[in-house]
Design a protein around this ligand. Sequence first.
Ligand code: SME
Length: 150
Amino acid sequence: MLDSLRPQVLSILNEESESVDTRLGKICELLKSNVPYYDWVGFYFKNGDKQELKLGPYAGAPTDHTIIPFGKGICGQVAVSNQNFVVPDVSAQDNYIACSITVKAEIVVPLFVNGENVGQIDIDSNTPDPFTEADERFLEFINQEVAKIL
Ligand code: SME
């Protein structure tokens, strides 16, 4: 199912008349509306030269967490670890920033441009333990393709 979305991801990213933010927003909507266990999908990016993340395009409920310091929450940890972070049960995490009480699980995959961690894609799920390696490979693919238009 995830892999069947790859052509649509590429087609959205190729819409060169649209801004980068518009294209990223469309990717978020595509994922949220086609993957049943993706309930919130967003991109965070490093905020200039500050040691913090800033929320970019997203699909799903608005969040108060538009700025996240490096090291804080799942997102902030990925900003410093440079590694995928799959959380099957958010209630088992000490360093977690709750966006909604309905969220049960989260996956964050870093986005690299020329080897530098410049941001990440973040997915929240209301389904417990839904993410597999297929999600990691799919989200890595998306970030690699997004990196080409940044
Ligand atoms: N849960 C994240 C914060 C971002 S929201 O999920 C949109 C975290 O712990 O970093």
